[in-house]
Design a protein around this ligand. Sequence first.
Ligand code: CP3
Length: 344
Amino acid sequence: MGSDKLILRALAGETLPVPPIWMMRQAGRYLPEYRATRAQAGDFLSLCYNSDLAAEVTLQPIRRYGFDAAILFADILLIPDALGMDLWFVTGEGPRLSTVTSEAEFKALKPADSIHDHMAPVYETVRILSRELPEETTLIGFAGAPWTVATYMIAGRGTKDQGPAHALKAENRVQFQAIIDRLVDATIEYLSRQIEAGAEVVKLFDSWAGSLKGQDFDDFCVEPAAKIITALKARHPDIPIIAFPREGGDRYIGFAKATGADCVALDNSVNADWAAEHVQVDGCVQGNLASSHMVTGGQALVDETRAIVEAFCNGPHIFNLGHGITPDADPENVQLMIDTVRAG
Ligand code: CP3
């Protein structure tokens, strides 16, 4: 089943003369139009659950830059919210959640297939976007990977070293595994509905994969991703899936084969020439310009962008940053990156 959409062609394994491009966190605080819509919504979570406004902020970077893909505006922490945990965002600090570490707290979580009423506004955002996006733009849905979402559920907040999640894993493996399993099931349900609503690609964000070592990486990054991807492909055989085991280092090697992902997203700690040789051999890769270039711009941005395009030019590649764009980025540097990629 061929498509004219560049992102879908790259995900199907085609080497394109110019890589398609989108950007993690492309709808975000670096854009004045995002800040205005967010102010209108009141706060971040209200924006996530307001389908019209969430669709609006998703479309803003498409209008401004003409990216090849739009990513649904939502957050990976909506799943714990839908499972019945408390979730709120503290301005300037980040997310806060009620915690789940004991058996009693785990038992209070809702079943995986009961999240859909809570998530109805997100599915509606996807439906609006699939009607309103330009025909050449691919719509990407997403969820957090179980390990990354679990680190927030166990600690009740973002942590530098994921200490509380590692501690629960060491002290009560059964409880920890149960949390991961619930997240695997909820993620399959959630992404399946996004696909039914019109998402053409889905992406799994494992932002803290890098803190899993050895067998833990296999058990809590590779295995949950493989289960989710296998289940989604059974229900939706044509859906392309991007996996992002951030800071996976040499564990990027073989990750697509081990999980069934169609594309592996690379963070900027891996060298592009190395990744072309060891990761892109298995299929499409996405990445991996350091997001700091969106703050600093100039010739270094141009040189590094060209080097990444060049490194990946002999195989399927989707250009992106190695992590989300930051609020202090200059919108003109984004345009410079796009112009540099598209100049060929
Ligand atoms: O990429 C996109 O534009 C799609 C939307 C998206 C958001 N968050 C919007 C958001 C996606 C894909 C995410 C993923 C996400 N959320 C991750 C994984 C990817 C990553 O960045 O590592 C994580 C760990 C979260 C959890 C989360 N959400 C944190 C830790 C924070 C606070 C940090 C911060 O940047 O303020 C958020 C808030 C958040 N999610 C914002 C956006 C645009 C900023 C909120 C605001 O407007 O104040």
